[in-house]
Design a protein around this ligand. Structure first.
Ligand code: ACM
Length: 480
């Protein structure tokens, strides 16, 4: 029975969150010095990044580390208290395998709002995940207020993937700041994604003067890379975004531009750009755009993250991070690592949570199979050989990430069902050295957390008994 939490001055925020979490579990501890047995939080800046020691004796508990490390030590403590009502005697030394332990949520296709994002951040923090990649713009919706271009949110925010007529849904800048601060307190960095030059249809509804055209299936899909005004427009937008997110990174998408860029061949501004800059084809025009945006971010002291589609343009290595997503192109990953780009591993298989996770499910993507819990847990080690990689080739891998695209995720039941329990497997895969991973042990340790999810009102996929929670129906899609 511990009565107090005593924390070094650098760790008061961590102490307070620990107190709140324990209180929710029915344990009331005071903060600050006084009588009684204490949980001590000790700041140790010399400690390895994000690492901690948890030292448990009969009458004292001490958690030492840097601030994130102490926070993670607190989560371990909370997990022990949750699963057993006790804290085990003895010492734990622990730290993460990867510095990038990420999850991406697409709120462009469907919008979930602040409360749901905070609930997700709570679970991410509890599981020691530390990067929230927030896909805020796409063809179906623009979800972030931009003061210089208010119609982006007001007009671009109208509609979702399932219903193009819903009223505008987006985050105000105040809400963004609130969410970013909430995440930061939990040692989660928020990386916004503003997708360009493709996936831009929602923005183009708001400001058609920067429309670069699209194709039949993807109308108005691109920004106009030929107009000088487009660069001023996007730079203004990115500057506002940069001021809202303290992360050193902004994700600029860069994916699937070819879905719309054929239209550039007929666009007078793009043709003029190509003549002026000596660009031989529309692919080169795309590369020109990526380089300019990367340079523009540099002036804001931000680095670019982009999907692996940009790799062929050879963006500045010091200034760029690559998200490898095309699992069917391992040669792209090999290229990224050969060229020593910092690389995040998030291949569709097994890391896309819009893929189904069980053979009995039908609402979601498949591609020669699906993305079961076991595969997420085994990631990435079980894949190295198939990709033609050795452990030594992976020095510039920052870490791993799962992505949820939400075309078929229109309510919280479907949101939870696609995320859980795979998020638990992701967390352990990102944290634990390959040699310490054991799926059977994971499945046993996961067991009590189904009860936690029940308490939190999370409608998960029950991997123990797949028929226990039936698959929630997907959205009815209303066509324009
Ligand atoms: C992607 O899935 N288009 C990155």
């Amino acid at each position: 029975r511990f009565g107090r939490i005593v924390a070094d001055a650098q760790l008061l925020a961590e102490a307070q969150l620990l107190q709140e979490s324990l209180s929710r579990m029915g344990y009331e501890l005071e903060l600050g010095k006084g009588r009684g047995k204490v949980v001590k939080l000790v700041y140790d800046p010399e400690s390895d990044e994000e690492s901690y020691e948890l030292l448990v004796k009969a009458n004292s508990i001490e958690i030492r580390g840097d601030a994130p490390g102490v926070f993670y030590g607190c989560q371990t403590l909370l997990q022990q208290v949750y699963t057993s009502g006790q804290v085990r005697l003895g010492d734990i030394e622990d730290g993460p395998r990867y510095g990038w332990r990420g999850f991406m949520l697409d709120e462009a296709r469907h919008f979930f709002g602040k409360q749901e994002v905070m609930k997700l951040l709570d679970m991410m923090a509890y599981l020691k995940l530390n990067k929230f990649h927030w896909h805020l713009t796409d063809a179906q919706g623009w979800r972030i207020e931009i003061k210089a271009y208010p119609e982006l949110a007001l007009t671009g925010g109208i509609g979702t993937h399932s219903d193009p007529y819903t009223e505008a849904q987006y985050y105000t800048q105040d809400e963004i700041r609130e969410i970013v601060a909430y995440a930061a307190a939990r040692h989660i960095e928020v990386i916004p994604e503003i997708d360009m030059p493709g996936h831009a249809s929602a923005a183009n509804r708001a400001y058609p003067e920067f429309n670069g055209g699209g194709s039949g299936q993807f109308p108005d899909f691109t920004f106009n890379v030929g107009k000088e005004g487009t660069y001023a427009y996007l730079t203004t937008i990115l500057k506002e975004v940069a001021s809202l997110f303290p992360s050193q990174y902004i994700h600029i998408g860069g994916d699937e531009v070819s879905y719309g860029s054929e239209a550039w061949k007929k666009d007078p501004d793009v043709k003029a750009l190509m003549r002026r800059e000596g660009l031989p084809d529309i692919k080169a025009a795309e590369g020109y755009f990526i380089h300019r945006i990367c340079d523009s971010l540099k002036t804001m002291d931000k680095q670019m993250i982009a999907w692996d589609d940009v790799l062929g343009f050879e963006p500045d290595r010091a200034q760029s991070v690559i998200c490898w997503w095309r699992h069917d192109r391992p040669q792209t990953l090999v290229q990224s690592l050969d060229k020593e780009y910092r690389t995040i591993l998030c291949p569709r298989k097994p890391m896309y949570y819009d893929f189904i996770q069980h053979s009995s499910h039908s609402c979601g993507r498949t591609w020669d199979g699906f993305c079961p819990l076991e595969d997420v847990y085994a990631f990435p080690d079980a894949w190295y050989e198939g990709w033609g990689l050795e452990e030594d080739d992976t020095d510039t891998v920052l870490g791993i990430q799962s992505n949820l695209w939400t075309e078929l995720v229109h309510n919280t039941d479907r949101l939870y069902f696609m995320i859980y329990p795979r998020l638990f497997a992701l967390a352990e895969a990102a944290w634990t050295e390959a040699g310490n991973k054991d799926y059977g042990s994971f499945a046993r340790r996961l067991d009590p957390y189904y009860g936690l999810m029940d308490k939190l009102g999370i409608y998960y996929f029950d991997a123990r008994e797949p028929s226990a929670h039936s698959e929630p129906a997907g959205p009815v899609i209303i066509k324009r």
